[in-house]
Write a protein that binds this ligand. Sequence first.
Ligand code: FAD
Length: 472
Amino acid sequence: MTYPPTHASGRRTGTSSRHGGRQAVDVRPQVPPRRGPGGRRVLAALLVVGLLASVLPWWLDTPAGSLKTSAATVTAAGRITGLIAGYLLLVQVLMMSRLPVLERWIGGENIARWHRDVGATLLVAVLAHASLILVGYADLENNSVLTEAGVLLRDYEYMVSAFAAAGLLVVIGFTSVRAVRTALPYEVWHVLHLSSYLVLLLGFAHQFSNGAQLFRPGPVRTMWIAMYVLVVVALLWGRVLAPLRLNLRHRLRVADVVAESPDTISVYLTGDRLDRLELLGGQYFRWRFLTPGMWWQSHPFSVSAAANGRWVRLTVKVVGAHTRDLRDLDPGTRVWAEGPSGTFTAAHRVRERALLIAGGSGITPIRAMLEELPPGAALIYRASTPADVLLHRELDWLAQARDVRIWYVVGSRHDPGPREVLSPDGLRRLVPDLVRRDVYLCGPPGLVEQSLTVLRRAGVPRRQIHLATFEL
Ligand SMILES: Cc1cc2nc3c(=O)[nH]c(=O)nc-3n(C[C@H](O)[C@H](O)[C@H](O)COP(=O)(O)OP(=O)(O)OC[C@H]3O[C@@H](n4cnc5c(N)ncnc54)[C@H](O)[C@@H]3O)c2cc1C
């Protein structure tokens, strides 16, 4: 079996026309062995154990019957929330580390979800800690809350930086609220978000100089410092060393840019030793194109063809400034990639057969996965107009080569046809063994959410449903 099929050629969009990477190559039709959902559960359990362990120092340090007054109780609550906040901050930064093992085990999409949930809890814990300590200390020392705030800032070492860290966290939390986030340019949001490292730095000294359980040298303090060291090592590894290794090894560069539709392009990349690139169909990289105007930003795009040892391809819908610029990439442009990431892959299936539901450009990871799923998969491809159907010829070719049944469902979401297909009965009619399949969903958030509801109503167990929304 060879790819690309002879009829699957697009139009070059840029001016240069050097062809580097689209020779016919052998598609490796192996189905990757299952990895199972174990990783996510083990890590979730570890994080909960870590949370309990973080409060243990307070528990061991607090004699029974010492919480007799309300001031003592409030202060104790302040200390507990402080320990929880310190621990959650480390978990948060770990989630941002892009440690390859986490990205492959749990998947960038799930990490992003956890990161959001832990982030909200962290903010509550920090605010609770600050308020409870303030009120508790004010009560203990018979001060007003305002006077006590002044005392804390003036007399306690590193308290100013701790207040700055809390303020920064509030800003990060506020700008992460969906409505605010979507109103901001992505880059502004991203830079603000990256300042969480500063929170780690600003909050560090405060914990050891003021933390009742941490300022004394001993096993608890040593363990806390060890956790910081581990997280910083994870950060260095995930953000610096692993990408450096990947990029020095493969030295990726643009081979060609091909128009797939009026607003969609495919970027073909070549590089060294691509036969050793560990990559599964459905995964994504964060790509940085090293041109004067683009090197400073990295954007996530899935690969739209499985690994083939010769080239890597991403297929991109033009939605904003960056994706627009990609159309003008010149062959030979160096590319810096971070990844691969994601558990939206054939290796994460729990059943032998799969149903895939794609919407618009959500077809890209699904197209790659079709090369690696066991034969007999079914695909429902939802698009608003015929022009929005991407990679049509390749899909038809895969339908034959990999025994995939495909339904193109084209039309507005209000048309009776598409509405009927995406209903529990409609899905069961097309795919009678629906509940015994994995279902992979990728597309706009609205389609993914609606399909998820319909699938659950049709009786598909949640663990068989895999989601990708192109949102991190
Ligand atoms: C895991 C993942 C895989 C993706 N795979 C593909 C793909 O295969 N094909 C495809 O066409 N699109 C894909 N996307 C979407 C793609 O990353 C965005 O469309 C692109 O970054 C938009 O950039 P822009 O500057 O052109 O548009 P903008 O106008 O800046 O943004 C348009 C939208 O994209 C979001 N966005 C912008 N930059 C980023 C970024 N660096 N990271 C995350 N979101 C961002 C913005 O929040 C906004 O909602 C994927 C997204 C994710 C998260």
